[in-house]
Design a protein around this ligand. Structure first.
Ligand SMILES: [Zn+2]
Length: 412
């Protein structure tokens, strides 16, 4: 049964191109980026689902007065399975980021260009490839008249590019009935070319601005001032000790340890013969999920206290971004083991669960107690000019979804 579906998907190259052409031609850019949201694109998807004879379709409208239709639409389409108490979800987003610098594009970003095996246009990879993977499987099931072992759910959501407040996050808060604890969740929204990375965990992220204040003076008489650059240098070196305070390693991640990096340094004085009385620098911390970011902050302030006492400066801390990681999806969770078997059977290689250094949309599900995996075969070139997606990856990803749904993965 599965092999019939895999063949069906493999023969559906034209559908990949048609769907991508439609999706690319409707720029679903959120109002945060000056767009009108997903309404027109959602209409095109509703029409497509209807034309395929897929009937279990529900639309969810998150109110958003910033767009002319007044809402941000997400679409749920479900094909019933033999076991109707569980659903295998593929969650992909309809919105795209703006084109950026148009002069860097070789073709019109909102007209699909087919260049051999590559599709080019805004959104083809992020996240049309995921949308197409879901829809190809739905189409194959309906056209072959096959009832999957459990429900197959396609969830096309709004607002992923600006924080999911009107998309997945809104759905979880306002329609929790959609999301079953025993359901399986695949988010085909990031990946590497070999398809071997199944993202199951994230590090917590802390971006911090640190301002040291002292007293500016002429460089020839330093005793009249308090040099903040010296204090800043000492503070930055002291902060390397954070690695000793938070030493855990977790081989899911690369690098396996937490990272604490001083990054940006704002300009201070303009001339060489002035001792600076104010210095500003930034820290980017990626912290393993077992640590609390508040404890990291406390450790930083404690070190700062020492620096202030030694160098006679004062310190001020401003949190630029602080995101405590969601609990990881266990590496032996059902969605993960199904996926790994399916990926191996379609793409080969050595697929494995891994952690990443920053937040993904899966965090919303994980925080709500659901196991979610992020996976796709990506170039990757999301958000870049001349965004590309390989036709064979659109097809391969759909085949992985089908193989994971039927859970016959390797050797099927
Ligand atoms: Zn995306």
């Amino acid at each position: 049964m599965l092999s019939g579906i895999l063949d069906h998907i493999a023969a559906d190259r034209d559908t990949v191109i048609d769907l991508q052409r439609t999706l690319v031609s409707i720029p679903a850019i959120g109002p945060d980026n000056g767009g009108q949201g997903e309404r027109l694109k959602a209409d095109a998807m509703l029409a497509w689902l209807k034309a395929q004879g897929i009937t279990g379709v529900t639309e969810y409208l998150a109110p958003d007065p910033r767009v002319s239709c007044g809402h941000r639409p997400s679409i749920k389409a479900v094909i019933p399975g033999l076991d109707t108490t569980r659903t295998f979800w593929v969650i992909a987003h309809l919105d795209v980021v703006p084109v950026g610098d148009l002069t860097l594009w070789a073709t019109d970003p909102f007209t699909l260009s087919v260049e051999g095996e590559a599709l080019v246009g805004r959104g083809v990879e992020d996240n049309h490839q995921g949308v197409v993977a879901a829809l190809l499987v739905g189409k194959a099931l309906v056209e072959r008249g096959i009832v999957p072992p459990m429900n197959f759910g396609m969830l096309l959501v709004a607002d992923e590019e600006n924080g999911s407040k009107y998309g997945l996050d809104w759905l979880l808060k306002n329609h929790p009935e959609i999301f079953g604890k025993n359901d399986l969740y695949l988010i085909p929204d990031f990946g590497i070319p070999s398809a071997e990375m199944v993202e199951v965990a994230e590090k917590s992220m802390l971006w911090l601005r640190i301002t040291l204040s002292g007293k500016q003076c002429h460089a020839s008489s330093p005793e009249e001032g308090v040099n903040t650059l010296v204090a800043t240098a000492a503070f930055i070196l002291r902060l390397t000790k954070l690695h000793d305070r938070f030493p855990a390693v977790n081989p899911l991640f690369k690098p396996a340890n937490s990272t604490f990096q001083p990054t940006k340094k704002e300009a201070n004085v303009e001339n060489v013969n002035t001792i600076p009385g104010r210095d500003v620098f930034y820290m980017d911390c990626r912290v393993l999920p077992q640590y609390e970011l508040d404890d990291v902050l406390e450790a930083i302030e404690e070190m700062g206290h020492d620096i202030c006492a030694t160098y006679g400066v004062t310190a001020e801390y401003h949190i630029v971004q602080k995101e405590q990681a969601a609990p990881a999806t266990p590496k032996d969770a059902e969605i993960v083991t199904r996926l790994i078997g399916a990926i191996r059977s379609v793409y080969g290689g050595d697929p494995r669960p891994m952690g990443v250094g920053g937040g993904t949309v899966a965090a919303y599900l994980r925080r709500a107690g659901m196991d979610a995996a992020v996976w796709a075969a990506w170039v990757p070139n999301a958000h870049q000019p001349n965004e590309r997606s390989l036709i064979k990856n659109n097809i391969g990803d759909a085949q992985v979804v089908a193989a994971a749904l039927f859970d016959v993965g390797e050797g099927a």
